[in-house]
Structures are given as structure tokens and as C-alpha cells.
Design a protein around this ligand. Structure first.
Ligand code: TXA
Ligand code: MG
Length: 502
């Protein structure tokens, strides 16, 4: 089937195009339409065949009930057993709007629509196109989000078209969904009204109207073993193709952590993506950095999330790192969706921050201690523990005398020193290891269990230099002096990388 695109402008004349869409629904077909939250995939809620088509078009499990969309309050009274006072009060305050209420259904709506449940989810959307479509179709419109199951919900008509073209009769293009995240779902059939899905209408906003509101346990306790009450919340959702990790903590540490991952990926020929707030976007060195919005503007962040997740699927990134977004409003819903997209993978950058730097060389008595002593002498490195190690140390050799001489002549005092072999005991999650040569890096990674491509790097490559640090072994003092200069230059760059964010 060819999917019609019906572009509707938001003047009342533009609405005439909706008659065609209304007819499709009335005749049992499917039309995707804009709402203020996300685009919905609509069919006649009273027609079991329409609902079956919805499940098929989305590839959605049929135990996952649909939301019935209404345009007038009286339509609610037609399809539920009774309208509790709380529903009346919430409707008065928040309808039309991004709130879905779960109530006891009567027999008017078939079980196919509600996934076999005897409760029903109902929402009156704020979008005029949506309400006009409901009225003109003379139907109640059952509609899940208009994405293929498992993809982010669509916030523009193009998203819908990409997912569903050829599978549905029409898409109404009414521009961008203003909110960009799905509605808040509140269950009014339990003793205490319970939020099953967070959205733009927050717990506090609901409590101001009806008093105590609970949050479904599966939403608080990461949902691993607790079964969510909204069947749809149990499915893995919104996952982009690349692996997504949320990095929380002090923003400076977040940037350092993410940038170290970018370098590690680059080494392996992999491309990294970042989801950044506009305030910090320039601080990331990833190949693909997407601005989700200002961290001060929760609504903007929420509005952009799904588009960004979809955009990443069009790139060749293999890992995505996202900042974490905290706030009291719609940020809660945003984080709920972001956590799902990340499969709850969260890293705390404060804990992961690098605190120990190890320079490692062949026998640990020449270039690596030189690097360690130089770095220690620099400003702004006092927060780091700086060590030097050898890959194979058979005797605890003293410092190479020429290294000592060059350091001294540059005003760097050398204390008691003997070479120490690098072992797994030296390495923890806050350790970063630098070698002067690639072969040393490979040896270390091959030899030690805890050394890997994420924590062991070739120093010059790490700071973006193309040349290796020259090996002065066998040369005269002058050569050691040149080595000192080269190292100092490289370490200055390292300090900039490590400290730019402190
Ligand atoms: O903002 C929205 O709500 C959008 C727009 C299109 O209105 N719709 C939407 O629908 O997000 P959908 O199908 O993607 O999500 C509906 C959620 C699912 O998690 C489903 O399990 C839950 O609502 N739900 C529906 N009926 C329910 C019921 N009777 N009891 C518990 N959960 C229910
Ligand atoms: Mg959905």
C-alpha cells in the first residue's frame, strides 16, 4: 500500500484535508497523526480489526494495550464503568493535555484494544489536529506511538514515514510534536493513584490536584525484577543501534571521562558519539557531538531527545555517551526514557576520574621515570599520584645517570629511586598508563590482566602528536637533553587535556 502524506497547516481551512484522513479511520484504516506529545498511529478504537492492524503495522506484542484518544469529556463517560471524582478533577486541570488516565472499562471498547485488560487508558490530546481528526472521524481513536516497536517515538512526520511507510494508509504532517515525550500515565484504579509512566505532567502537579500519588515500583527500582503495571513499560524501548552510556557526575569529570573513551575508541578505529548540553558541547572531542539543548531548559532537552537518538542511527558511531540531566519537571521523564535507551548503563565520572598516572617503559629506569619526574614538577598535577614502572624489571636498577643529570640541570630534584616492575596491583579503575612506544603498550596489554585499550595508551598519540618520544639509549647527554625537551612538550599537552576541565 502507498502511504499518503497529508500536510496540514494549522489554519482552520487547512483542516479540510482532515476529512480524507477521517474517512480512512472510519473505514477501518490507519492514519498517523500529530499530538503534542508524539505522533500517534490511529485506528477506530471500537473496531477490533483496526486494532489488530495497528499491532501488525508496529510489530507490537498484542498484550500491550493501546491508548484511546477522545476529543470531548462526554466521550469518556461512554466507555468507562464510572468516572471517579479524581478523574474529573484531573481532566478539568490537565485535559486536553499530556495526561493518560487508566480507568475501569465498560463493554463498549473491545478487548483487542486494551490487550485483554478490563481497564482502559484514555487521553484527550491538546493538539487541535488530533482532536479535529477524532471529531471528523466520528470515532474514538486508539493510538499507540507511531513508531515501529522498539524505536524511539516519532516527533515529526518523517520519523513516522521512515518507520511505517507502506504499512499504513496515511500520515498527517502537522509539524513537530511540541513536547516530544509520551504522556504521563496515571492509574486511577488502584487505591492510591499511581504513575505508571512519567511525562510532562509531574507527580507534584498531580498531587496538587488530587493529593497523594505514588510512582509504580518498577520505575523507582530500575525495573529489573519488578513487573511494571503498564505492560508497555516492560519492553526494551528506544534503544539506538550504538551502545549508549549515561555519564553522570561533575561536568568537568564527565568531559574528561568521555574524552578518554573517545581516544580509546579512535585507537581501535571506532567512532564515538556524544549527547551534550549546549553549554558543554565544545568540550568534547568525539567525532559526532549532538546538542540536545540547554541544561537550564528541561523542556528543550525533552523535546530533542528522540530526534537525536534517531539521528545517531544514521551515523557510524559504535558508542554513544550522554550527559545526565537532572531537574524537577519533565527531566524526570526524560531520564526515564534515556535510562531505558541506555539499558540502565550509567557511569559515575566522579568515581571513574583518573587519579593515578603511570609511565611505563622497557626496564623503567630511563624515559618513564624522566616523564614521571617532569610531570610531578608541573603545576596543577598535585591531585595525581604519578608513578613510573618497567615492563620487565629483574634488578631494582637506579635511575639512569644521564636522566638524573638532565633532570638536575633543569632544576628537578631526584630523590631515592629504583626501578619497579608494573603489575596488576598498580592498576585500578582510576589508573591511566602511558608508554613511549606502541610496542610497549602492546606488551603491557598482552601481559597484564587489568591493562587494556581503555587505560593504556601511547603518550604522544594520546596528546595528538605524530612522532614517538625519541629513545636516547646509548646516546650522549645531549640526546637525553633533547628527549627531555620532547617529553616536556608532550607532557604540557597532557596536562592541558587532564586539567582543562578541573
Ligand atoms: O503521549 C502518548 O501517550 C502517545 C500519544 C500518541 O498519545 N501514545 C503512546 O502510546 O505513547 P503507547 O502505546 O506507545 O504507550 C501506551 C502505554 C503503554 O506502555 C501501555 O502498556 C500503557 O500505555 N497502557 C495502555 N493501556 C493500559 C492499561 N489499561 N493499563 C496499564 N497500562 C496501559
Ligand atoms: Mg510507544
Amino acid at each position: 500500500m502507498e502511504t499518503l502524506i497529508l500536510k496540514v497547516d494549522r489554519s482552520s481551512e487547512g483542516y479540510d484535508k482532515l476529512d480524507k484522513a477521517a474517512r480512512i479511520i472510519k473505514e477501518g484504516g490507519l492514519v498517523a497523526f500529530p499530538t503534542e506529545t508524539v505522533y500517534g498511529l490511529g485506528g477506530d478504537a471500537k473496531n477490533p480489526r483496526s486494532c489488530k492492524k495497528i499491532y501488525r503495522a508496529k510489530g507490537r506484542p498484542s498484550d500491550n494495550p493501546l491508548i484511546v484518544h477522545i476529543a470531548e469529556f462526554s466521550q469518556l463517560e461512554d466507555i468507562v464503568e464510572e468516572v471517579p471524582v479524581s478523574a474529573r478533577e484531573l481532566a478539568k486541570e490537565f485535559w486536553p493535555g499530556p495526561l493518560t488516565m487508566i480507568l475501569k472499562k465498560n463493554k463498549v471498547i473491545p478487548r483487542q484494544t486494551t490487550g485483554g485488560l478490563d481497564t482502559i487508558a484514555i487521553r484527550m490530546p491538546d493538539d487541535e489536529i488530533a482532536r479535529e481528526l477524532i471529531l471528523r472521524s466520528e470515532c474514538l481513536i486508539a493510538a499507540p506511538s507511531a513508531n515501529v516497536s522498539g524505536k524511539p517515538s516519532p516527533t515529526i512526520a518523517e520519523h513516522v514515514y521512515k518507520d511505517l511507510s507502506g504499512r499504513i494508509e496515511a500520515v498527517i504532517d502537522g509539524g513537530q510534536a511540541i513536547i516530544g515525550l509520551e504522556s504521563t500515565i496515571i492509574d486511577l484504579t488502584s487505591d492510591i493513584p499511581t504513575i505508571l509512566r512519567p511525562g510532562a505532567i509531574t507527580k507534584e502537579m498531580l498531587e496538587r490536584v488530587i493529593g497523594r500519588v505514588d510512582i509504580d515500583a518498577s520505575l523507582i527500582g530500575e525495573g529489573e525484577d519488578i513487573r511494571p503495571k503498564a505492560p508497555g513499560m516492560k519492553y526494551k524501548h528506544y534503544a539506538p543501534k550504538a551502545e549508549l552510556t549515561i555519564v553522570e557526575g561533575n561536568i568537568s569529570k564527565v568531559v574528561v571521562y568521555v574524552n578518554s573513551k573517545v581516544i580509546a575508541n579512535k585507537d581501535r578505529g571506532l567512532v564515538t558519539g556524544v549527547i551534550a548540553s549546549s553549554e558543554n558541547v565544545t568540550r568534547y572531542s568525539a567525532e559526532v557531538v549532538k546538542t540536545i539543548g540547554s541544561s537550564e531548559d528541561e523542556e528543550e532537552l525533552a523535546h530533542n531527545l528522540y530526534s537525536i537518538l534517531r539521528e545517531f542511527d544514521e551515523t557510524n558511531v559504535s558508542e554513544i555517551y550522554s550527559e545526565s540531566f537532572k531537574g524537577d519537571g519533565i527531566s524526570k521523564a526524560l531520564m526515564n526514557r534515556l535510562l531505558k535507551a541506555a539499558g540502565h548503563k550509567v557511569v559515575n565520572a566522579d568515581k571513574e576520574a583518573i587519579t593515578r598516572i603511570i609511565f611505563a617503559g622497557k626496564n623503567g629506569s630511563s624515559r618513564s621515570p624522566m616523564a614521571a619526574y617532569i610531570l610531578k614538577s608541573m603545576d596543577a598535577t598535585k591531585d595525581y599520584e604519578i608513578l613510573s614502572r618497567g615492563i620487565l624489571v629483574q634488578f631494582p636498577e637506579p635511575l639512569n645517570p644521564k636522566v638524573e643529570a638532565v633532570l638536575l640541570s633543569n632544576g628537578i630534584e631526584v630523590g631515592d629511586f629504583h626501578a619497579v616492575e608494573l603489575t596488576d596491583n598498580d592498576i585500578n579503575s582510576s589508573t591511566i598508563i602511558f608508554t613511549m612506544e606502541e610496542s610497549h603498550r602492546d606488551k603491557i596489554i598482552g601481559k597484564l590482566e587489568k591493562a587494556n585499550e581503555e587505560n593504556t595508551f601511547v603518550l604522544p598519540a594520546y596528546v595528538g602528536d605524530e612522532l614517538d618520544i625519541l629513545n636516547p639509549y646509548g646516546g650522549g647527554l645531549q640526546l637525553y637533553g633533547l628527549c627531555f625537551e620532547a617529553l616536556k612538550d608532550t607532557l604540557n599537552k597532557l596536562v592541558n587535556i587532564l586539567n582543562q576541565e578541573r
